[in-house]
Design a binder for this molecule. Structure first.
Ligand SMILES: Cc1ncc(COP(=O)(O)O)c(C=O)c1O
Length: 412
């Protein structure tokens, strides 16, 4: 048996509903970018929290309350290390997911601030910055579909914002799928005095979070896109940067003192002040278990996933009438494709492609990918996206490419 195939079969059994032979319903799962299969260890950790402690963290003085608090703080530490913060320069705030994390940060920006967002952002890293009538500048893309760092540097140099500067971008865009030079972008941004916000939703499952090495101020990711539970995610922030954020919500356990007179409240320290209400502690335990699984995955697993995406991109691009978004695989590119490929088929709507592929037992995403301005910039109204993970192997690439050919024949 082919060694690479053997590895993917071993990896499969780590996920709920998967056996060495395949996943739920016999479907080839090429929709990891929307959500990944669930790691059994993450669900077990979530369940163990409810079974063994089941108390509200940070509140109960009884032994189960103390145990729940300890479990939450332990999860926080695991996730901090996973984010690439070994020097304890930052703190994890538990949130529902990347969207909430980015809203929490963008909520701190003022109307006078100068805001730069990447040219290939998911709506989650675009709409929160639009709020309050702010002016948002877009970092242009190179022909290959990568962020143009030189253009950002020039833009920041000549920018006219009167307030603070922010640079927010995806380490890997959910449309382009290419790992950006995050450290270089953060360097340029910080040299101009800007705060940096990295959307890591599409990179967390692929073992590459490096909050400290990248030199960012904030980093956001979701549990469900890395084998963990839905409804839990993390915002990592440098401690001083987090301290400057106003809470997005107010309520229980985020204040030191409250007085009705003058509606006064004294906020607690971070992270509590940014986690109003009961934290999803069971989800946090699940996220921590997923983080440990991903961190322990051999580098070869991540490399193999990238190779599958790259091979799919190459083979799709070779089909006449199929356009892979974001430049060719070879030749003078900065970005490296990590896990996904987005494409269009001339004369066939992306919904029809996705439906055809479903008919052949292949799950992909078809539509506007929660990235309308990005597709408009690329001159398309909708696209199909295939996204890979450790459960996939070469047979999935072959099945995808053959099915796209058949869809093209049948539907155009
Ligand atoms: C790049 C990117 N950012 C943010 C999000 C939003 O993630 P969530 O829905 O988990 O908040 C997504 C989801 O697809 C994404 O791909």
């Amino acid at each position: 048996m082919d060694m690479a195939m053997d590895k993917s079969k071993t990896a499969r059994t780590a996920f709920l509903g998967w056996t060495a032979a395949g996943g739920p319903g016999g479907v080839r799962w090429l929709d990891h970018a929307a959500t990944t299969p669930r790691l059994a260890c993450a669900v077990a950790a979530e369940r163990a929290f409810y079974e063994r402690t089941n108390a509200n963290p940070g509140r109960g003085l009884h032994r189960l309350g103390v145990a729940a608090t300890a479990a939450l703080e332990e999860a926080r530490e695991v996730v901090r290390t996973f984010a690439g913060d070994r020097g304890k320069t930052g703190i994890i705030v538990f949130v529902r997911g990347t969207t909430e994390a980015l809203n929490l940060v963008a909520n701190a920006a003022g109307t006078e601030d100068e805001i730069w967002v990447g040219g290939a952002e998911h709506h989650s890293n675009l709409l929160p910055w639009f709020r309050g009538g702010r002016t948002v500048h877009v970092i242009p893309l190179t022909a290959a579909g990568d962020l143009d760092v030189g253009a950002l540097a020039e833009g920041l140099r000549t920018g006219r914002g009167k307030g603070r500067k922010w640079v927010a971008f995806a380490a890997v865009s959910n449309v382009m799928g290419r790992l950006q030079d995050v450290a270089a972008i953060c360097r340029v941004a910080r040299a101009a005095g800007a705060k940096t916000v990295v959307d890591a939703a599409q990179v967390a499952f692929h073992g590459a979070l490096q909050a400290e090495a990248w030199g960012c101020d904030f980093l956001a990711f979701s549990g469900h896109k890395m084998g963990g539970p839905m409804g839990i995610g993390a915002l990592w922030g440098r401690t001083e940067a987090l301290e400057e954020l106003p809470p997005l919500m107010v309520g229980g356990e985020m204040v030191v003192d409250v007085e009705e007179e003058g509606c006064a409240m004294e906020l607690a320290e971070v992270p509590a002040r940014l986690e109003a209400g009961t934290v999803n502690a069971a989800g946090a335990a699940g996220l921590a278990a997923a983080a440990q699984w991903v961190a322990q995955c051999p580098a070869e697993t991540h490399r193999r996933v990238a190779e599958l995406a790259q091979e799919a991109a190459r083979q799709l691009a070779a089909i006449e009438g199929v356009r892979v978004l974001g430049g060719a695989e070879e030749g003078g590119r900065r970005g490296v494709r990590t896990s996904l490929v987005t494409f269009t088929v001339d004369g066939v709507h992306a919904h029809d492609v996705a439906q055809w592929l479903d008919g052949e037992g292949i799950a992909v995403r078809g539509g506007r990918l929660c990235a309308h301005p990005v597709l408009a910039r690329l001159g398309v109204t909708a696209a199909t996206r295939a996204s890979f993970g450790p459960v996939n192997d070469e047979s999935d690439v072959a099945a995808l490419v053959a099915a796209v050919r058949r869809a093209q024949e049948a539907l155009r």
